[in-house]
Design a protein around this ligand. Sequence first.
Ligand SMILES: [Zn+2]
Length: 476
Amino acid sequence: MENFIVSARKYRPQTFESVVGQKHITGTLKNAIRNNQLAQAFLFCGPRGVGKTTCARIFAKVINCQNPGENMEPCNQCESCTSFNNNASYNIHELDAASNNSVEDIRTLVDQVRIPPQVGAYKVYIIDEVHMLSQAAFNAFLKTLEEPPAYAKFILATTEKHKIIPTILSRCQIFDFKRITINDIAGHLAWVAERENISAQEEALHIIAQKADGAMRDALSIFDQLVSFSGNNITYDSVIENLNVLDYEYYFRLTDFLISGDIKNALLILNDIINNGFDGSHFLQGFGTHLRNLLVAKDPVTLPLLEESDTIAQRYKQQGATCSDFFLIESLKKQALADSGYKNSNNKRLLLELLLIESSLLSGGTASGQTANSAPAEQKKNRPEPVAAPSQASQHKPQQEAGSQPAQQSTPETTSDSGEAPVVIPEKVKKGPSGLKKRKSTISIKKEEESALERDRAERDAREELKSSAEPVDEE
Ligand SMILES: [Zn+2]
């Protein structure tokens, strides 16, 4: 049987050029090597799986390479490079500080540093997870770090830069590694798939990249896992099934229902999702991401923020065009609110349902079969405007209040056929469109005189506002 090597190891970059998504770091390192301005200690910070150790190893290989060439890449052929590639070089020492964090471990290391390299120019010491060193170990290390022999180079790597004491930080050149973008990861996966003769759908690789959350190592592990499950053909369906990912389709359909105000079908989709075993918080986050993606896809300027495959990006653009900014932003706010309250909610499902109902009322649609009629319809006309022109909003509010009050009173009876809905829907209608002012006025629903007074006041305010806002315009 053929010996299986995991992709993360098999395709570990051997040159700076092949490191994915860290050009700012590999470029700087190459320049430092070219100009012979090597610091004695480096600190590589960044999330896990983004290439810190890989870059450290390539760096060690290049500075020991006998003919690194113009572009400062290892030749991968000379004696030094071959011994590096076979893990047989004596010029690289790796210490995992997560498990070797005692003073004794550091003393052993410091003793080693005193011995100059037999072959090659530099000895490179890579200390992984350096923030795990004990305080005493740090202290034992300081002196060596400050005045190492010329042939010794230290590369400290950490996922938690804030835990590194200032005395260490000040002795190191600091490099911040970035999370790898989804597109970069997906691109690299496609490259690996090609070399492994595996056919993989672009959308499938994007899902893997999303799941990996910026870490190439994780992405490659997931990739391996899927290959062993579904063989040499990785499809979108097999990925979402295997990774227990909530399908885009759910959210696209759900959003369609929300914009058309079809509360019933929106609730049915939620039911589907929960019945398929997905956790509510999982859905909630996915919903937030979907809304955010729609918002971002609406404008060509923010389109690059959408980390999706081309096909999916196209769909976001299409659906985004059918949603008003107001709907998206307000829904996002409601989603954030639900998300923060989710953990402590006693009725999590109701919380989610409420969110969907509120969102669908935002679009102002009167559900097919949804009887909450006059109020939402009226809000549909008025609502999009407050976002565009706040000053106009103040004009509209009083009228809207007057108009929607009778509607609120009528809704409870008309929706009584759908269980909890009567309680829920009118609440939304009241709170939905406007802020504090509105809520205050709902207390005094019955007092028509008061609302009339308020209306007069608001109209007066609006007139004054118009007057004062007109003046500066004229001056210009
Ligand atoms: Zn070489």
